[in-house]
Design a protein. Structure first.
Length: 422
């Protein structure tokens, strides 16, 4: 009997633990061979590990929330070190021009290359935790901040930041923080991103710097991208930490809005340098945000043509102030057309879900006709259909593994049936 299991067998075992961070980490510490076999599995979805609870009833304490902030701080600090190493060629050119680089710790692995699954709500939550931890643990906290006052009072604005965090980032004293120093160097000297002047710009600045660095430095392609920011029930088997609720609700005119408004940068991701290489072999795309997604769908259609799974939401939130001067139906129809474009360019779609599509759904069904031989799973929830005969396109198919329909009548707006066909 061989004294050790073959690497291939170990790999299969480790892959069964891909959603178990604690056990994966324990395996990583056994020896070098196990470490090499498990490191990419542990690091392929680090943001999901940070923001997913093990049960629907979250048991996380404030102590665990503080620990999560510390973990987010270390995670993004590690990625920033990887970005620094990957940008060495340009950094050396800058040094010849007299621009010194900050000292950074070279990581044992280029961890950014292991990243396969990313949800941009989770990324942005990690950015918030990173900044909060850095500012809270800084000795200069509340001693050398710029005073904005008035409009920029320290309140949480959408998914934004207190004004004290803006002051902390812009102050020269923040250079004492290792990861903040690396971030500012990369933003100013590698990407030439203009520094923010207010909270809204800070939100966008942080998002665009991390997104651009990710696209530039990801040498191999991502497998899954999601902007899944709305209703928890859409995430079957995944439970969000209750401490994220402060980022998941906004209030307007006394009403609670059950969605997150992320920076628009995440919806133009495919236009950044390096995105063609990074996104070309995506197999899963999930976007249930209620922000405008037309540009995201159209730009992604030019790059990603091998998607197997698409999960989308079409309807906008009624409080979207950007749309006051134009009918929401016009915007939604444009969005449906861009979704149709994304569907049509795929080579072999096998899984499709769409939620809350009040207009133009007939066009979506016609686009899906191309994939009838490959589609195995379809879910339609709260969609409105002008001509019910068009459903014959999918009803004639006999190879469905799951067909889940919840279709609303146009005139009444109430579901007319809800069935599962196995």
């Amino acid at each position: 009997m061989a004294p050790y299991l073959p690497t291939e067998c170990l790999r299969k075992i480790f892959e069964e633990l891909q959603n178990d961070k604690e056990n994966l980490h324990s395996c990583l510490l056994v020896n070098r061979s196990w470490c090499k076999s498990v490191i990419d599995i542990l690091w392929k979805q680090p943001f999901r590990f940070l923001y997913t609870c093990k049960s629907e009833i979250c048991q996380c304490t404030n102590q665990k929330m503080n620990k999560r902030q510390y973990q987010a701080y270390n995670l993004l600090g590690t990625y920033l070190s990887c970005f620094m190493f990957n940008e060495e060629l340009k950094i050396n050119t800058l040094r010849q021009e007299g621009i010194d680089k900050p000292t950074y710790k070279r990581t044992l692995f280029n961890y950014i290359q292991f990243l396969q699954y990313i949800d941009f709500e989770e990324l942005h939550s990690a950015i918030i935790d990173w900044i909060q931890f850095a500012s809270t643990n800084s000795k200069i906290m509340n001693t050398s901040y710029i005073s904005f006052g008035g409009f920029f009072s320290p309140i949480w604005n959408w998914i934004g930041f207190p004004s004290t965090l803006l002051s902390f980032i812009l102050s020269t004293s923040s250079n004492n923080d290792y990861s903040i120093n690396l971030f500012k160097y990369l933003a100013n000297n590698i990407l030439y991103c203009k520094q923010p002047q207010n909270n809204d710009q800070l939100n966008e600045w942080l998002a665009i710097v991390f997104c651009k660095l990710l696209m530039r430095n990801k040498q191999n392609t991502l497998k899954s991208v999601s902007i899944e920011v709305e209703i928890r029930k859409l995430k079957l088997g995944k439970f969000r930490c209750k401490h994220l609720d402060k980022f998941h609700h906004s209030h307007m005119e006394g009403e609670s809005i059950d969605y997150v408004r992320l920076p628009e940068i995440y919806f133009i991701l495919p236009i950044f340098e390096g995105s063609t290489n990074c996104l070309s072999n995506l197999v899963e795309f999930i976007c249930t945000s209620r922000q405008r997604k037309q540009n995201l769908f159209n730009s992604l259609a030019k790059i990603a043509k091998n998607l197997k799974k698409i999960i989308v939401n079409v309807e906008y939130d009624k409080y979207s102030w950007l749309d006051f001067n134009t009918s929401l139906n016009i915007f939604m129809l444009e969005e449906v057309n861009s979704l149709v474009n994304l569907i049509q360019v795929q080579n072999s779609l096998s899984h499709f879900e769409i939620y809350r599509c009040p207009i133009g759904f007939d066009l979506v069904i016609l686009a899906l006709k191309k994939h009838l031989n490959s589609l195995k799973f379809i879910r339609l929830v709260e969609v409105k259909i002008e001509n019910y005969e068009i459903l014959n396109i999918i009803n004639d198919s006999s190879h469905w593994e799951i067909m889940d329909l919840d279709i609303s009548d146009i005139s009444e707006g109430s579901p007319i049936y809800d069935t599962d066909i196995l």
